[in-house]
Ligand binder design. Structure first.
Ligand code: HSE
Length: 440
């Protein structure tokens, strides 16, 4: 049978890796797919560089629309990134009846509903294993491996840059700025690192995981997103003393009232496997009713690591492109006519537990005032740690840190209690609040 013809949009880090791995493992991949997979066309900005890479193996063009409009191309691989041109190209490819493979999490988190609807109407597949935690086949695991389960929650370290920064802060006692500089020096963080450290990259991925876990439309705009920019080394150290580590987690959880979708720094027990996912690695825990807790680990970025996901999608599409459309795996795991309208909850409705650090005057009655506010708000305390003033501020210091771990309460109630505690004259600095998850 003729090899399936692939058009590659972009031949940078991911496109180059895809080309290389596909060539290297060609025979093995063909044994799996049952048919050759051939990159026949490549769209690149730097034509000379692209030609040097692909040689005579593929036609190199400057205009990506020449690829998506070419009659011989069966599958378009979009790895140019961004959401404007990428969206136009993907929709055009779909309109032309071509299958699409993309690793573009921002595109799917923000425009996935429109793209999947167009693909469904046209009877083509849009595959996106490379959009989340590249080397980990988490889309496959959630959509297919766990399809007999009712999924309860997914919690993941799904941004390697921030995990590297947090690991450096804990291991070496670095400030956030120093750890970020180390990440930039090693090439993990971009020169403008906002997307990673602000939590947006993780939120795009969490948005996709949320949809395929619970069968709801992608709703990035409803994700609660907090990054790690304001995390202080002191809190990482206190969390460590209390038996916790701080990770930037993407969390999505099913509750009676709706679905939680949130990204924020989170204390998790140090003994959990997820707490030991270090450096730039990714890790994802899934809690489902039959399988129980399952855990997935691997690199979340990298040229060949992303190629691994892109090629797995190419194999899937190659195997299934001649199948009846009803027999393919639905884009968002659930059949389009069986999607749910369960709402994504506002953050004020989320129930979780908390780590609080109050910098307080070291005088009688301070702890009593604070705990009385929590008691009146019906927020139960799990643990309290009070440092000696001179340990915090040096000899003769008159202020100290009071650390409180709470049990679960609804965020709106915690916000009210925080405002009252902040108004106390003896609370001397903005209160640090970090959410805590036991992941049991
Ligand atoms: N910048 C991401 C990370 C990889 O640091 O994990 C691509 O999503």
């Amino acid at each position: 049978m003729k090899s399936i013809q692939v058009g590659l949009l972009g031949i940078g880090t991911v496109g180059g890796g895809t080309f290389r791995v596909l060539q290297r493992n060609q025979a093995e991949i063909m044994r799996r797919a049952g048919r050759g997979i051939e990159i026949a066309m490549v769209a690149a900005r730097d034509l000379d560089k692209a030609r040097a890479l692909v040689g005579q193996a593929a036609q190199v063009v400057g205009d990506p629309f020449a690829v998506v409009n070419h009659a011989d191309i069966d599958i378009v691989v979009e790895v140019i990134g961004g959401t404007t041109l990428a969206k136009q190209l993907v929709l055009q490819a779909i309109a032309n009846g071509k299958h699409v493979v993309t690793a573009n999490k921002a595109l799917l988190a923000e425009h996935g509903n429109e793209i999947f609807a167009a693909a469904h109407a046209k009877g083509v597949m849009v595959a996106f294993e490379g959009a989340v935690a590249v080397s980990i086949p988490i889309i496959k695991a959630l959509r297919e491996g766990l399809s007999g389960n009712r999924i309860e929650w997914v919690a993941g370290i799904i941004n390697g840059t921030t995990n590297f920064i947090l690991t450096e802060m804990r291991d070496k006692g670095l400030s956030f700025d120093a750890a970020l500089a180390a990440a930039q020096e090693l090439g993990y963080a971009e020169a403008d690192p906002t997307f990673d450290i602000g939590g947006f990259d993780a939120a795009h991925k969490a948005t996709i995981l949320c949809s395929i876990a619970f069968g709801i439309p992608v709703q990035f705009a409803k994700a609660h997103v907090e990054g790690i920019q304001t995390l202080q080394a002191a809190d990482i150290a206190y969390a460590f003393q209390l038996g916790y580590r701080i990770k930037l987690l993407g969390i999505t959880k099913r509750t009676a009232a709706g679905v939680e979708l949130r990204v924020h720094p989170t204390l998790i027990p140090a003994k959990r496997l997820l707490a030991n996912v270090e450096g730039s690695m990714n890790g994802i825990m899934v809690k489902s009713d039959a399988a129980g807790i399952t855990m997935y680990y691997g690199a979340g970025a990298g040229s060949e690591q992303t190629a691994s996901a892109v090629i797995a999608d190419l194999v899937d599409v190659t195997r299934l492109c001649s199948a009846n459309t009803a027999q393919r795996v639905p884009h968002l795991a659930f059949q389009p006519d069986a999607m749910s309208n369960t709402p994504v909850l506002p953050m004020s409705d989320v129930v979780t537990s908390y780590y609080l650090r109050l910098n307080v005057a070291d005088e009688a009655g301070v702890l009593a005032n604070v705990t009385s506010i929590l008691a009146k708000a019906n927020i139960s305390i799990d643990a309290v740690l009070q440092r000696e003033a001179d340990e915090v501020g040096g000899e003769g210091a008159t202020q100290t840190d009071l650390i409180i771990l709470t049990h679960d309460c609804v965020e709106a109630r915690m916000n009210e209690a925080l405002a009252q505690m902040q108004a106390l004259k003896t609370v001397l600095a903005p209160i640090v609040r970090i959410r805590k998850e036991e992941l049991a």
